[in-house]
Design a protein around this ligand. Sequence first.
Ligand SMILES: NC(=O)c1ccc[n+]([C@@H]2O[C@H](COP(=O)([O-])OP(=O)(O)OC[C@H]3O[C@@H](n4cnc5c(N)ncnc54)[C@H](O)[C@@H]3O)[C@@H](O)[C@H]2O)c1
Length: 415
Amino acid sequence: MANFKLGFIGAGFIAKFQAKAMAQIRDVELAGVYALKGTEELAEIAKQSDIGTCVVYDSIAELCKNVDAVAIFAPNFARIQIMTEIVEAAKAGAPLKGIICEKPLGRTVAEAQQLVDLANEAKLPTAYFENQIFMKGIRAQMEQLAPVQQSMGPMALARSAEEHAGPHEGWFWDPTQQGGGVLSDMGCHSIAVGWFVLTPIGKPVTFLEPVSVSAVTSLLKWGVPKYRKQLLERMGVDYSKTPAEDFATGMVTFKNPETGQLVQAQFTNSWMYDKQGLRLLMDGLGPGYAFEQNSLRSPLEVFIGDDAAEAVADSETALEKATASRGLLTVETNEADLYGYVDEIADAVKCFRQGKDGFLNFAYGLEVTKLCQAAYMSAEKGQTVYLNDPATQEALKTYTSLIAQGRGAEVLNVD
Ligand SMILES: NC(=O)c1ccc[n+]([C@@H]2O[C@H](COP(=O)([O-])OP(=O)(O)OC[C@H]3O[C@@H](n4cnc5c(N)ncnc54)[C@H](O)[C@@H]3O)[C@@H](O)[C@H]2O)c1
């Protein structure tokens, strides 16, 4: 079978991570890239890791003509423009078999809806990349617990957290570019994985019906003048003027449409998690059974004392968003696999070869965007938002959070 040719749009952080994931998949090659920056470096990584001859193209149209599928790995604010160009290329005859888009599908429900509509217009299969649903730990607990669930009943409570000390690029911190703060950036992961974990095994990913969302958004570290100044110097974003939340937590309630049972997914996300590095923490509780996964618990630890610390080159080779280069360090040896990137690419390629959507398609990404934006709405109102209320669904269609509008100072505590 000929290799499946993937093209990347974007050559930054996630593109490089996904390239590492591709090195672990057969029959796929990185055939090309289009981005504003970082393309030569990505092409070199592709060469070094033997995942293909990554040709650098100077337009999306040219890239689309030469690959089997494209993956949108560019910033959130560029989604609509990029997707419009992909659809134009497809209509002009580019032989695409599918389009991949990283999370979040849109910065608002309207943007996510536009992505769904554009993909439908091009009549192309889609894959929405929500990696945590592909984590081997999440899938393994489901397999282990399937027989227990059959006899005891489905899981009733899921708790999901993704936390680190803050993003690597200025645009993530700018709520008008990114679509909000940590809730828009990482809340989408935690809400999606909570929904998935609660879904009775074998049922479709949107089987459980969202009933309500109740959330809080706060600015706990990066609004404090001393850290605000650091942020301005490092990232060029002024949180005294346009702040975004660095902490968000909340609860989504779902209803099982067959039994009427209510189940809940709690989510917690922060950019103020000053521990070793990125932590993904998920647990689930059913009647008489449970699971827990913590990505900071690795079988491998290394210790680097003060005297030896000068020799450390790059702490991020041990762990994503690592904040320390000495002491007792957690090391994850295969983060691309641990976080689900390997399996999400393999799934998209397998499905696109068969002419169908990935396990998670853009329509699913739109539903996750709705939940995420309902969480902003709830935090703004200080009230639970009911998703089974048609008026709420209508309001969400045109909703942009105050934080995303650059008016975060009206709802967040800024001295
Ligand atoms: N699933 C995950 O765990 C995960 C992790 C990180 C990022 N992401 C998502 O991936 C996307 C990219 O994030 P990142 O961290 O790689 O960002 P980044 O800033 O590190 O890299 C962005 C890349 O896109 C390019 N770019 C910018 N504007 C462009 C445009 N208009 N057209 C084409 N290329 C353009 C940049 O030059 C750069 O190469 C975001 O949507 C983010 O939410 C997902």
